[in-house]
Design a protein around this ligand. Structure first.
Ligand SMILES: Cc1ncc(COP(=O)(O)O)c(C=O)c1O
Length: 315
């Protein structure tokens, strides 16, 4: 067992694209390289990075696997999650042959709970919010000396998430803007590392806006959490490490309403037969509203852990 220390307790060396390249090499055997879809919508061209087709149903596997492979392979690992990070940790743990315990808030959708358990993790429901689940999980990890895998405030997780945008720029060199959903900021920070000189648009629900509030305050600060996408974007405070990366890269912050998110999700389904959870439609909502600039923008369609099957009751 390692001594329990949060990755943000120690001074963090500046992350760079080299960390993303190392992560890509490390996680390649365990992940899928997801495709790009080149579309015309409302007379405008846009690329979609179909990351919801990732193993475990979201990009989160990239960061979880990189973090687990970058440190000691402790057994068990502990995570807290609104769902997708927990499922990613459960999947990575099963790939690597270690056991995982995942804390989730009571509000987590059943589609995510079911899959975390099916992936073989022990599931603990705790608290009403993601923040309460995190504090219970990290407290247990400290007490028992287990490794705690933070969902976004960890350099190795951010480097892993950066492999999504690294694939985008390798597969479509002309992309000039990349838009990503923000929860605690791990995906957007990783995207900024890989984007080079391209623009990065970080999109949040208007009532889950911890990055937006932090940028206004000049430091991470607490924000309210209330959105249809809250199981994915429900961090009440942006991570310290993501905030450092995002402010160094001059990322632009955009907000969309729940109504725009649901309309965007429905259009992805109606027009493209892309079935995703609300958080994954957030960059598309921003693009439809004209808030993602660029001649050739790419939107990360980042998660599909909703229920669409007959057994789920959504027929
Ligand atoms: C589908 C999806 N999109 C976006 C996010 C936000 O990611 P981050 O916390 O790295 O900002 C999450 C987080 O769980 C997610 O599950």
């Amino acid at each position: 067992m390692n001594s329990m220390k949060s990755p943000t307790d120690s001074p963090v060396k500046a992350l760079s694209v080299a960390d993303v390249c190392a992560a890509a090499d490390r996680i390649r055997p365990g992940i899928r390289r997801t495709p790009l879809l080149d579309l015309e919508v409302d007379g405008r061209r846009v690329l979609l990075k179909l990351e919801y087709l990732q193993r475990s149903g979201s990009f989160k596997l990239r960061g979880a696997l990189n973090a687990m492979l970058s440190g000691p392979l402790d057994d068990p690992v502990v995570a807290a999650s609104g769902g997708n990070h927990g499922l990613a940790v459960a999947t990575a743990a099963s790939l690597l042959g270690v056991s995982a315990t995942v804390y989730v808030p009571q509000t987590v959708p059943s589609a995510k709970v079911r899959r975390i358990e099916a992936a073989g993790a022990r599931l603990v429901r705790h608290g009403a919010t993601f923040a309460e689940a995190v504090s219970a999980a990290s407290e247990v990890a400290v007490r028992r000396g287990y490794r705690f895998l933070h969902p976004y405030d960890d350099p190795a997780v951010i480097a892993g998430q950066g492999t999504v945008a690294a694939e985008i720029v390798a597969d479509a060199v002309d992309v000039d803007t990349i838009a990503a959903t923000v929860g605690g900021g791990g995906l957007a920070a990783g995207t900024a590392l890989s984007a080079g000189k391209r623009g990065v648009v970080a999109v949040e629900p208007e009532h889950c806006r911890c990055l937006h509030d932090a940028l206004a305050a000049g430091r991470p600060t607490d924000s309210a959490v209330d959105s249809v996408a809250a199981s994915a974007t429900g961090a009440s405070r942006v991570g310290k490490v993501p905030f450092t990366v995002l402010t160094a890269h001059d990322v632009s912050s955009v907000l969309v309403s729940d109504e725009q998110i649901l309309q965007a999700r429905d259009r992805l389904w109606e027009e493209c037969r892309i079935a995703v959870e609300p958080a994954a439609a957030i960059p598309f909502a921003a693009w439809l509203a004209g808030q993602v600039p660029g001649e050739l923008p790419c939107l990360i369609i980042c998660g599909a852990n909703a229920d669409w099957t007959a057994g789920s009751g959504h027929t």
